[in-house]
Design a protein around this ligand. Sequence first.
Ligand SMILES: NC(=O)c1ccc[n+]([C@@H]2O[C@H](COP(=O)([O-])OP(=O)(O)OC[C@H]3O[C@@H](n4cnc5c(N)ncnc54)[C@H](O)[C@@H]3O)[C@@H](O)[C@H]2O)c1
Length: 398
Amino acid sequence: MDKVRIGIIRCGGISSNHIYGVKKLVENGCKEIEITALCDQNKENAEDKKNLIKQFQKNQPIIFTEYEKVISKKICDGFVLCLPHFLHHTIGIELLKNNYHIMIEKPLALTLKIGKKLVKEAKKRNLVLSIAENVRRYLGPRAIKWAIENRRYVGVIRFAHVNLVIDSPFDYTQYTMKWRGVKLLSGGGMIMDSGHHFSDMLLYLFGDVEDVFCEIRKYDERIIEEVPILKKAKADVEDTWVSLIKFKNGIFVNWVYSRSAPGFNLNFGLYSGQFGAIKDKGFVFHPFQNGGDIILKDGKIIKSEEIEKEFLNSLSKEEKEKLFPYNCYDGFGLEWIEFARCIKNGLKPEIDGEGGLKIMALCESCYESDCIKLPVKFKDVYSGKIENYQKEINNFWK
Ligand SMILES: NC(=O)c1ccc[n+]([C@@H]2O[C@H](COP(=O)([O-])OP(=O)(O)OC[C@H]3O[C@@H](n4cnc5c(N)ncnc54)[C@H](O)[C@@H]3O)[C@@H](O)[C@H]2O)c1
């Protein structure tokens, strides 16, 4: 295999980020990937993305409006799925059954039961199933993990408080928000959406979860018009929640969100340890993507830039090449090069199907806890023993 040939299925909002990620790799000398196909029912969207690809790739991808056609053409080794959540499993399974490797935008699927089907199918056929979880791959999150575990600036982490409180109702006139407002199509609201990045970072930093308590509110229950499949539906995903996540090592995380909170905004992420605290500098649902400053007990501040520099200096040439090949620091570019190399060399991605299920299980634990108004054991949600919230979705999709 010379270049790994990758197709993109659906060319909506996030596909541009993927293409810019590949552009950064190519500009830094990468010759390992070629985007050979773009598929979207909306041809204009695909044409737009083709124009982006023209800027850095000699051979132009072929445009398809039906995914069945691109499957039969055999011009791709694998596909990156930039689909609304309700299509992850339908198209994902179809691609796996046709022996294609896939990288699925987060979350893996609408429910754990559906996600497990995807994982089983990929395993059975020995295919790469990678989760496009970009946040942990940036320099900031990698450096903070190192600062906690290796440099041990703040000693043992004891707890974290992460609050995002805003007045920002979804714009349900936009297609991209219509499917996001309905549980049957999205699997859930922000807990499953940006919350996926947050859940992944918590698992990445703090390990296994013991139990989760969460209460959800839906203050915004507008009727959404022109919803895919359902035509008209009431917004029924959470717009507000308070949750408490307890890890097996004793760390507890208080995770609070509302987008129905006029008057005062909060975007606050504090991770508190024995000798000081780490303060997230960016959007707190993408932990440390823009770095984190450390404030020690004696008031000394270690700026994120300093931590990142120190972290990079600590890496061997091999470690640096593994984490940031082609000097690429873009989370999307990094997930693409990993996906391509996994296909080429038969490797396992950093976040494979099992990893995707674990992240989902943390998100689902929040929904399941709210459903029974009690804390839930993470292992019971992961195993499927508790699935009250997800049942309606499983029944709908049979
Ligand atoms: N990694 C991240 O940071 C990140 C960020 C955003 C989305 N995502 C994920 O990416 C996946 C896709 O999300 P997205 O935001 O790209 O979805 P999207 O709604 O923008 O696009 C999905 C599909 O809808 C079509 N579409 C878009 N606008 C349309 C319109 N006006 N009329 C008709 N069709 C239209 C697109 O062409 C595409 O086929 C989801 O799994 C999502 O969770 C990830």
